[in-house]
Design a protein around this ligand. Sequence first.
Ligand code: IPE
Ligand code: IPE
Ligand code: MG
Length: 246
Amino acid sequence: MSLKDEIKLDRLPRHVAIIMDGNGRWAKQKGNVRLFGHKNGVKAVREVTEAAAELGVPYVTLYAFSTENWNRPKAEVEGLMSLLVSTIADETPTLIKNNISLRVIGNQSLPPQVKAKLDECISNTAHCSRMTLTLALSYSSRWELTNVAQQIASEIKNGKLTPEEVDENTIQERLATSYMPDPELLIRTSGEYRISNFLLWQIAYSELYFTPTLWPDFRKDDFYKAILDFQSRERRFGMTSEQIQQ
Ligand code: IPE
Ligand code: IPE
Ligand code: MG
């Protein structure tokens, strides 16, 4: 029986978020430059997107570039941005064919040509309904939450909201991710055990899965393993095991 066949399709996570990490180390191991690792990471993105869509996972979010990643050497940042433009251009027809829509979360301070390509892909795939693939680009969770705080403050100032009305939903509805459920499964590759400013609010009850596999080596079977691990867990949400099993 293949790994895929072991997956219970009625117990799939509705949203899988992935911190795609380890491209630089993968390249270094091969005696190559970091950008070589990023280029080889594209295949893993393709595999995960395909595997998730085939299974029927409705939302996948990929952490592609953090706000903090702007601090990397200029050549790496520029290489990543141009890789992004060419990948989006190359992959748009496949996304449309597979009925997958693209969305982006992040602070939008992207180079104009990157933003233009992304906007084009977003609008060309807006009608696609099988799965939503979200790229977190120039994203950081503290940026997102600060933005939410600013929005709420200005709505209170303008009399649209009172402080007493602010509850969890007020925050949830103003997050960049408001169009999707919180991730049920968060995967991080490359053996790092940290969150690196990703979806801090949204992962309150996510199952966390860490694998030593470097991102460019991540394939469909690695994704299936993460899903199977998720399905083996008991999610208690603060309750007792007995309550859950009732
Ligand atoms: C992840 O791989 C890709 C990005 C952060 C853009 P890294 O580039 O962080 O690779 P490592 O962690 O240095 O190996
Ligand atoms: C997190 O990876 C960001 C992305 C995967 C895009 P990093 O490699 O930038 O994270 P740190 O610096 O090791 O925490
Ligand atoms: Mg890294």
